[in-house]
Design a protein around this ligand. Structure first.
Ligand code: FES
Length: 566
């Protein structure tokens, strides 16, 4: 333990409240919560938990925050837990709840920024779980630029039913099987009741595990933190180590902007590509880079995808779960291999106070002989990254495709247009989704949705119905990290803003070309102009409340759906 007499110099912010005579009310309140005179000399660390009882991704975070606080206190710091909101993507639905999911990212960022800045905390630990929690936390940490560490709540263990491993996507896909008559009522119920065995974030390389892995690669969480399952004892041990790490960051005044750099963003996105991560990472890293004031564009992300092969056989398109990664050394082992192959920048600073290369010196080596989760560069699943940025007359300012190679790299078909994802479920149950169609779901963008809903329900239902390799789906909404199949999201400009996706009609021919990176609507310019002259912008679905404010402020998906200025 470090001597308390050294601690006072670390009170860069909290001393304003604890030391200045002009703040007796604040000091009275701090004594009122139980601080002693000695405590008043110590740095104060806000511990921001997105914990709440209502979902498995976040149900255990308040408990982990207590371990974090113990470690903070043991290192001569004052830890003060506060809560902020979380929204579980798994519990929303396309009609209402999912509209709040992406906006919750910015609400989390705003909330953490507000508490830490208003209460004069000297640093912050964010304890986070579900998808939007992590980018929200990192955006706040970048804005505040005070010493900080993110703690990921951890991945969930698999569920089991009749000898099959299950996760959240199994429940969605069971619905598609039910519509197609491919599953009994008893087995449908069995899957739903056994898919989720307890605490933790969705277990494939979906959005939560994608963001946790890549934020670890960026250097803002401790090594191996993204790999421990939520219920593994290593997760509790990690929480207890946070105090010593925070102490070191304070002593060296290492802040998030010392850690987030162009190179560390590239490390994060390199891990996203190698592990086959979620397309949502595109939105979130555009937003994180803006919060940190570092230019990053869709073209930069494409360039990383061009040079980093897809190596991981992880769900949703692969076989394994995040929990399986622990046995092979987890994210540090993957990063070490990528570093040795020249794909990771080694000199970036991390929250250990060491560089990436120094951290990786302690990581295990990947053994390609006795595991099949991570492939070597000589035998990748796909020679380039799975995330492809498409442009063309249907998405002039960009769209994001997830192409793992398993679904092919080109799809041409006739448009079947839906104004809402729920209509696809109805159409599927009536047998109206036919092979060869490009399903177009529009007015699902950040403003039009609003909130840029994820299309997990329709894509999982399509998969479950056995149509996954027979239809494609394009949308100005986005996709869950659990989505697989031939899908293109983030189509910009969105339909609500009059983007070309608003002008598509049933029966139009559409080509998705992932090699030429083009999304093409085979309709003449003259016809498109005619359609445009007849197009009327829909009324916003909300004018008040969170969603009304979101519609007024949110920027395009190609700009990360941020809600503030650069
Ligand atoms: Fe929370 Fe998947 S719904 S991590």
């Amino acid at each position: 333990m470090i001597a308390e007499e050294n601690a006072v110099q670390l009170n860069r912010f909290s001393a304003t409240l604890t030391q200045e005579i002009s703040n007796p009310a604040a000091q009275a309140m701090l004594y009122g919560i139980g601080l002693t005179e000695a405590d008043m000399q110590k740095p104060q660390i806000g511990i921001a938990s997105t914990g709440y009882e209502g979902n498995t991704c976040n149900m255990h975070l308040n408990g982990l925050s207590v371990y974090v606080k113990q470690g903070i206190q043991a290192n001569g710091l004052v830890g003060l837990i506060f809560n902020t909101i979380g929204v579980s993507d798994g519990m929303t639905n396309g009609n209402d709840g999912m509209r709040y999911s992406l906006p919750s990212r910015d609400l989390i960022a705003d909330s953490i920024e507000s508490v830490v800045a208003a209460q004069w905390y000297d640093g912050v630990v964010t304890v986070v779980g579900c998808d939007k929690n992590m980018p929200g936390a990192i955006m706040a940490m970048a804005r505040l630029d005070r010493p900080g560490i993110m703690v990921y709540g951890g991945t969930i263990r698999s569920g089991h039913y009749k000898g099959q491993k299950l996760d959240i996507v199994s429940a969605f896909e069971a619905l598609g099987k039910k519509y197609a008559g491919n599953i009994s009522d008893e087995d449908f119920k069995g899957v739903v009741q056994n898919a989720i065995p307890g605490a933790g974030a969705c277990g494939g390389m979906y959005t939560a595990n994608t963001m946790a892995s890549s934020i670890e690669a960026m250097g803002l969480s401790l090594p191996l933190s993204s790999t421990y399952p939520a219920t593994h004892e290593g997760k509790q041990e990690e929480c207890k180590k946070i105090g010593a790490a925070m102490r070191l960051l304070l002593e060296r005044n290492i802040t998030p902007k010392d850690i987030i750099s162009r190179e560390s963003l590239e490390n994060a996105l390199t891990v996203v590509m190698a592990l086959g991560g979620s397309t949502n990472a595109v939105l979130h890293y555009l937003a994180i880079s803006r919060a940190a004031g570092i230019p990053l564009t869709l073209d930069d992300i494409q360039a990383i995808s061009d040079r980093v092969p897809l190596l991981a056989d992880l769900k949703p398109s692969g076989k394994y779960y995040m929990e399986d990664m622990l046995a092979i050394g987890g994210v540090p082992a993957v990063m070490k291999y990528l570093y040795e192959q020249g794909l990771i920048h080694g000199d970036c600073l991390t929250v250990t106070g060491k560089t990436v290369a120094e951290n990786l010196a302690e990581a295990p080596d990947l053994n390609f002989e006795d595991q099949a989760i991570i492939r070597p560069l000589s035998n990748p699943i796909k020679q380039t990254g799975h995330i492809q940025i498409l442009r063309g007359n249907l998405s002039p300012t960009g769209s994001v495709a997830k192409i793992t190679g398993k679904e092919g790299e080109r799809f041409e078909g006739v448009a079947n247009v839906f104004e809402h994802e729920g209509e696809i479920i109805d159409a599927l149950s009536k047998g109206e989704i036919l092979p060869g169609q490009v399903l177009v779901i529009r007015n699902a963008g950040p403003k039009g949705g609003p909130g840029m809903s994820e299309m997990l329900k329709p894509t999982s239902a399509i998969m479950g119905a056995g149509l996954g390799d027979k239809v494609a789906l394009i949308t100005d909404g986005r996709f869950s990290g659990g989505t697989h199949g031939f899908v293109v999201g983030h189509v910009t400009p969105e339909a609500f803003e009059g983007g070309p996706i608003a002008l598509v009609k049933d029966g139009d021919l559409i080509t998705i070309d992932a090699i030429g990176r083009q999304l093409t609507l085979h309709v003449s310019d003259e016809e498109l102009e005619l359609r445009r002259s007849n197009w009327v912008q829909p009324a916003p679905r909300f004018t008040k409340g969170v969603l009304g404010k979101y519609i007024r402020n949110v920027k395009s998906a190609s700009e990360g759906c941020v809600t503030d200025e650069d």
